[in-house]
Ligand binder design. Structure first.
Ligand SMILES: C[S@@+](CC[C@H](N)C(=O)[O-])C[C@H]1O[C@@H](n2cnc3c(N)ncnc32)[C@H](O)[C@@H]1O
Length: 300
């Protein structure tokens, strides 16, 4: 019997651009969202002698990265949130940190695994947690406990959803019956005109995912930690997949520049080339921003 091709865990985005801005040569490079280890592999294959600290909050990602990087010995993989990267680096003596890559968002594996509950077009429990081993509630439980006002806030703030009021009202009326992705997708579809359904579904699922995982708070804290940890001359590369993440990256870099600790290397976000978007449509929304930690000059 023919062997089924192994399921791809994730296809790393803008690999050439990541390497160009990260310039991984020596010291420790932190891959703060190591996922399936695609970027990590490319970083370790880049000529130089860096070691890599790969972090991911999803134990399935760490297991996959471990397989992907199995034959390499200059790698440490840690199941944790990138919010805690400073503690991880210090407790393992991994200074100096010469680069940090933050590839925000969701992996293909998370999006397409039915039991993870991320996809509005894939039937499964309405879970959406990056880390199912943590005590945080899954999406259906969060909705069950939330007030209509809270749901409305998430849909507006995290989904920028035009039908937020109507959808929040319907969610709060039916919250005890929303257990699966199909339950929520059905509710959304019946709340908006048919031609608006697909985009609305994407926005509502994105909003809920951000709320379940406290994503924006984590992104802001993670960027701060990364900037604080970088050695002089070290580089930060952030890949965002929606405007809320990209805005946080832009603000952090701008603040760093104003405080005199960063040189911004990308005046505008860098986008993937057409050929990449054609071969990997998941790359189409990617925006890359990069900065270099300033090197303090001699005091006069
Ligand atoms: C787009 S994927 C990264 C893909 C990876 N660069 C690769 O080449 O396979 C984003 C990853 O970030 C992880 N993630 C999300 N929030 C996190 C957090 N607070 N700390 C660490 N990892 C996080 C997700 O679990 C997911 O695996």
């Amino acid at each position: 019997m023919a062997e089924r091709p192994a399921k791809v865990f994730h296809r790393p985005v803008m690999v050439d651009e990541v390497l160009e801005y990260l310039q991984p040569k020596n010291g420790t490079i932190i891959d703060a969202c190591v996922g399936g280890g695609g970027h990590a592999r490319a970083i370790l294959d880049f000529p130089g002698s860096c070691r890599l600290l790969g972090i991911d909050v999803d134990p399935e990602a760490i297991a996959s990265a471990r397989r992907q990087l199995a034959n390499l010995d200059n790698v440490e993989l840690v199941h944790s949130s990138y919010v805690d990267m400073a503690d991880i680096v210090r407790s393992r003596g991994l200074e100096p940190v010469t680069g940090v890559l933050m590839d925000f968002g969701v992996s293909l594996h998370q999006l397409t695994s039915p039991e993870r509950g991320f996809g509005h077009d894939i039937a499964g429990p309405l879970d959406m947690r990056f880390d199912r081993s943590a005590s945080e509630p899954p999406a259906f439980e969060l909705l069950r406990r939330a007030s209509r006002r809270e749901v409305l806030g998430w849909l507006r703030e995290y989904g920028q959803e035009p039908f937020a009021t109507r959808i929040a009202r319907r969610i709060s009326e039916r919250k005890d019956r929303l257990k699966t992705t199909e339950d929520l997708a059905g509710l959304v579809r019946s709340s908006v005109p048919a031609h608006r359904a697909r985009r609305t579904l994407a926005r509502v699922f994105q909003a809920l995912r951000i709320a379940v995982n406290h994503e924006l708070d984590n992104v802001a804290r993670g960027l701060d930690s990364a900037i604080g940890l970088l050695a002089p001359g070290g580089r930060l590369v952030a890949l965002s997949y929606h405007s809320l993440e990209d805005r946080l990256a832009k603000l952090s870099l701008r603040q760093g520049r104003r405080a005199g600790v960063l040189d911004v290397l990308t005046p505008k976000p860098v986008r993937p080339c057409l050929a990449e978007v054609q071969t990997n449509p998941a790359a189409r929304s990617a925006r890359l921003r990069a900065a270099r930690k300033t090197v303090p000059g001699p005091r006069r």
